[in-house]
Design a protein around this ligand. Structure first.
Ligand code: ADP
Length: 519
């Protein structure tokens, strides 16, 4: 019965005939008066999950969101379709806030968008105590967790604030981040029963993932753009400077480009964003500052020009492609040098060793994604805790037709060399010992005296390095994080040394060993 009502609201205000996967279940929990967590991929339709029930309850629904810059848009859209909504955040003058508070107390609104900081103010809690609250929707709920990629201290206080309201309201937490730790934090901090989690499949069948390695990025980009001139797409770069550089270059070549990064003024950013959303320009070049909450359905490709800092950010950004369900491409241009940029950014963050270690681990998972030879979609889904993932059949690994060869012996050479070196070095030193390099540091450590010295001298240091990356991504080697990454043989790797498992890899393109740089 109630669901029929929900469906008629969906049709009347939003013009949709049916709920998407997960939406109905989340709404049902709210209607039953139960706290609920909704984990859905970007573009999955999280807003409907609180906007529809907001119209079914008698009181005011509070939406907590960190996206201040988008609140006005969201409220405007709701107002346009006839849903009375408003927002309160730091962009308003105090008299505007007062006016809105007055209207809220008089029951003028069904939805109130709030920046989380407001809940820290006592006077605001007092105001909310006077209002009938239908339920509280916590959008971007991963911001509550230290394990998330976007922790906000004020989010951590939401649970506490909710407890201070006279009638403890129902809570709906919504996020696109589903790592088990984040999920646990959300449930615990917002008092959501674990089983009240609605998780829709994270697989996005219309997206084809590719990792491009060992190619000139600039050339690749231009040849790609030439072939996709008419299409709308986003190019993500790691730094503001890189965005500017790419923007200038493509503009000079006559491409229709916008740019977006934190170093631009609000007005400038807004104008560039609007031009892209309205299809006045087809390419957006941006840092990760761009895109949260952007609802543009016809994005046909997302290119990562540099390695992103973690899988959460990567999948959120890549997931902006193909929201309309049509086939779209997610391309990551990998170069080992870009790891340094991300490492530098992590090292620059506040002096919090735990947080830094966490960030380094996340970066490692991102690097492993670039080196795995298994299905990329499957890797992503496993990362987000979906154990039933299947091969997608369309990513750059699934469509890679090179033959699979047995590389167990090479793996054993690398792993036993690591053990002989005392498992206290990084990739470069291991590769140098195996090629028999005369590097001074190596000689100083007397590593030229161990049995595996020069054991793979027919290969280049680069080939061995790549092979080590592969062994890391397949978890034969663990990376312990410190100032310098130190490699250790994992349990899986020990099985290889004991001859209990074999290692298989796609046949590598033969590279000619020209000269070794031993310095
Ligand atoms: P999210 O917040 O999960 O990233 P949104 O709530 O912005 O996603 O929704 C993404 C898009 O899907 C929007 O254009 C929205 O209007 C559309 N959408 C949501 N629910 C439905 C539905 N039941 N039927 C059709 N389209 C929907």
């Amino acid at each position: 019965m109630m669901m029929d009502k929900a469906r008629s609201i969906l049709k009347e205000y939003f013009g949709y005939d049916n709920f998407r996967k997960g939406q109905e279940e989340i709404i049902q929990h709210l209607l039953d008066g139960e706290n609920v967590a909704g984990i859905m991929p970007t573009g999955g339709g999280k807003s409907i999950c609180y906007q529809v029930p907001a119209m079914m309850f008698p009181g005011l629904t509070i939406v907590i969101s960190p996206l201040i810059s988008l609140m006005k848009d969201q409220v405007d859209t709701l107002t346009e379709v006839g849903i009375p909504a408003t927002y309160i955040n730091s962009t308003l003058h105090s008299n505007e806030v007062q006016e809105r508070v007055y209207d809220i107390k008089n029951g003028h609104y069904k939805l109130l968008y709030l920046a989380p900081e407001r809940l820290e103010a006592d006077y605001f809690i007092e105001i909310l105590k006077e209002v009938t609250i239908s339920f509280i929707a916590v959008d971007e709920a991963h911001c509550i967790s230290q394990w998330g990629h976007d922790f906000r201290p004020s989010y951590a206080k939401i649970g506490f604030m909710i407890n201070r309201l006279s009638d403890k309201p129902i809570v709906a937490a919504l996020t696109a981040t589903a790592t088990p730790k984040v999920h646990e934090d959300i449930c615990q901090l917002l008092n959501i029963p674990w089983e009240n989690t609605i998780k829709t499949g994270f697989a996005r069948d219309n997206l084809s993932f590719s990792i491009i390695k060992g190619q000139d990025k600039g050339k690749f980009l231009e040849s790609f753009l030439k072939k996709n001139k008419e299409e709308s797409g986003i190019i993500y770069a790691a730094t503001r400077q890189e965005v500017e550089k790419l923007h200038d270059r493509l503009l000079k070549k006559g491409y229709s480009v916008s740019k977006y990064h934190g170093g631009m003024s609000d007005g400038q950013r807004e104008a560039e964003q609007q031009a892209f959303i309205k299809d006045d320009v087809s390419i957006m070049i941006a840092t990760n500052a761009f895109g949260m909450g952007i609802d543009k359905s016809n994005i046909r490709y997302v290119i990562h020009y540099q390695l992103p800092k973690n899988m959460e950010g990567y999948y959120q950004e890549a997931g902006r492609a193909g929201r309309d369900g049509l086939p779209s491409k997610c391309i990551l241009l990998y170069s080992a040098q870009d790891i340094r940029i991300q490492r530098f950014l992590i090292d620059q963050t506040i002096n919090d060793p735990d947080k830094q270690k966490q960030d380094i681990d996340k970066l490692q998972s991102m690097i492993n994604f670039c080196h795995t030879e298994d299905c990329l979609q499957e890797y992503i889904l496993h990362y987000f805790g979906d154990e039933h993932a299947e091969k997608c059949g369309q990513c750059s690994n699934c469509t890679d037709e090179r033959t699979i060869i047995d590389v167990t012996v090479d793996a054993q050479k690398v792993l036993s060399c690591m053990i002989r070196m005392g498992e206290r070095f990084g990739k470069t030193m291991i590769a140098q010992v195996l090629t028999g390099s005369k590097n001074k540091k190596l000689i100083d450590f007397q590593l030229d005296r161990i049995k595996t010295y020069g054991l793979m001298k027919e290969k280049s240091a680069k080939e061995i390095s790549d092979f080590i990356e592969f062994l890391i991504s397949e978890q034969y080697i663990d990376v312990s994080t410190g100032a310098m990454p130190i490699l250790k043989v994992s349990n899986k790797g020990k099985d290889v040394l004991l001859g209990k498992t074999t290692v298989e890899r796609k046949e590598q393109v033969v590279t000619v060993k020209v000269s070794e740089n031993n310095t």
